[in-house]
Design a protein around this ligand. Structure first.
Ligand code: PMP
Length: 438
């Protein structure tokens, strides 16, 4: 069955298919960190549905919550009508959000994917400000629909001004270490304040507190606070895209808590649906200026996703899994950093909580490090990264690649990872790296 399914999928599915290309496995069973393939092989899944599975696969509390809705006879599809399930989800979500934010916030249920919520956030700030330009950062990823894609640098047809993210200066901070953040902030102010820069009147700025797909780039807390000051001073709503960083992943329940900034809009998806599709925006109520029906969509009331999501949020909160992610993540990060002594191909190891990236480089090849710098940095090595991914797979470990050059090996394990599993993950990755280097 295994080979046949893979063959048929390769024949029938779009040329654009992604994960299935680099991960030729056929999952048939899963629990926690482990996936079992149709060929009987088992894998430690550190991709976790691209960071979706806060509690791993098929967590009992998630399955129980889904079963409860089904067994109750509740309707599974009711558009955006009020239901007890939705009420419970909203209550649980608001209980987890930073107080200063949640006390004066509205929620808009969006289409089922993160990218839908990003579009809704853009629409909201445009309606609220009457302006249309958007500000996004280098290395950002916000989704695949037109606006979100433009903000990710992938579509030229929507007005987006690209601002430098601190780690634009790659591996690690090519320009004078921490000064990367300082330079990036100055450049942003210059672009916004100099009329000659020609930046269209911005309706909002969107930022990931830790860039995920962009290669695991944590935004320095000081820099994020600067972005908050800059946007407040100019009346620009700040949108925090916490699609990937939310629900404990970075060691705080929401990643904005690290810097203490209060955004105007939060974009939430992935883990909030407890492995089922769900996406929302939560925003300062003063922005709630759009007309009834201004944002609609058929699939904004997925009852199973709301039930699974509420159970996940509650479990993460009650079991302090954000703290657990901080401790465990720091330990894994330290072990990976220690590998650098024996592996000059590890250009950088960075991350926050259980969002970890290891950037692989060719130490013999160098590139200019950043726009204005005369210094150089080692060149990213996507070929080695792809080889590491395959060596991981053959050792029963699923990892994802990211970053501008796809040279960053990313780990996004569930927050329920045990100490032993964390050790096994790092051991397998270290073995895979040694094998790929040969
Ligand atoms: N924003 C961020 C930060 C993401 O990581 C992603 C998905 N990787 C998205 C938005 C888009 O979400 P989706 O794939 O569900 O459309």
């Amino acid at each position: 069955a295994h080979e046949g399914i893979l063959r048929r999928q390769a024949q029938r599915e779009s040329a654009a298919r992604t994960y299935a290309r680099s991960l030729p496995i056929v999952p048939v069973r899963a629990r926690g960190l482990t996936i079992e393939g149709a060929d009987g092989r088992r894998y430690l899944d550190c991709l976790s549905g691209a960071g979706t599975l806060a509690l791993g696969h098929n967590h009992p509390v998630v399955l129980e919550a889904i079963r409860k809705v089904i067994d109750s006879g509740a309707p599974l599809h009711v558009l955006d009508l009020a239901t007890p399930v939705k009420d419970a989800f909203t209550t649980e979500l608001f209980a987890t959000l930073p107080r200063q934010f949640a006390d004066n916030a509205r929620i808009q249920f969006c289409g089922p994917a993160g990218t839908d919520a990003v579009e809704a956030a853009f629409k909201l700030v445009r309606a609220a400000t009457g302006r249309s330009g958007l500000l996004a950062f280098t290395g950002a990823y916000h989704g695949m629909t037109a606006g979100a894609l433009a903000a990710s640098g992938g579509a030229p047809d929507v007005q987006v001004t690209r601002l430098p993210f601190p780690q634009e200066y790659r591996c690690p901070f090519g320009v004078g270490g921490e000064r990367g953040a300082e330079i990036a902030a100055h450049w942003t102010e210059h672009l916004l304040d100099d009329p000659k820069a020609g930046v269209p009147a911005p309706a909002g700025m969107i930022v990931e507190p830790v860039q995920g797909e962009g290669g695991v780039n944590p935004a320095p807390d000081d820099w994020l606070r600067r972005m908050r000051e800059i946007t407040v001073a100019r009346g620009i709503p700040l949108i925090a895209d916490e699609v990937q960083t939310g629900v404990g992943r970075t060691g705080a329940f929401w990643a904005v808590e690290h810097s203490g900034i209060v955004p105007d809009v939060m974009v939430l998806s992935k883990a909030i649906g407890g492995s089922l599709p769900l996406a929302v925006i939560v925003y300062r109520s003063e922005l709630d200026l759009w007309q009834p029906g201004a944002h609609a969509g058929t699939f904004r009331g997925n009852q199973l996703a709301m039930a699974a999501g509420a159970a996940t949020l509650k479990y993460v909160r009650e079991n302090r899994l954000a703290e657990r992610a901080a401790t465990l993540g720091a330990r894994m990060l330290a072990r990976l950093q220690a590998l650098r002594a024996d592996h000059p191909s590890i250009g950088d190891v960075r991350g926050r909580g259980l969002m970890i990236g290891m950037e692989l480089v060719d130490p013999e090849a160098t590139v200019p490090a950043g726009r204005s710098a005369s210094s150089t940095a080692p060149s990213a090595d996507p070929i080695l990264a792809a080889a590491v991914q395959q060596e991981c797979l053959s050792r029963g470990l699923i990892v994802e690649l990211g970053g501008r050059h796809s040279a960053v090996v990313r780990l996004l394990p569930p927050l329920t990872l045990t100490d032993e599993q964390a050790t096994a993950v790092v051991d397998r990755l270290a073995d895979a790296l040694a094998a790929a280097e040969r």
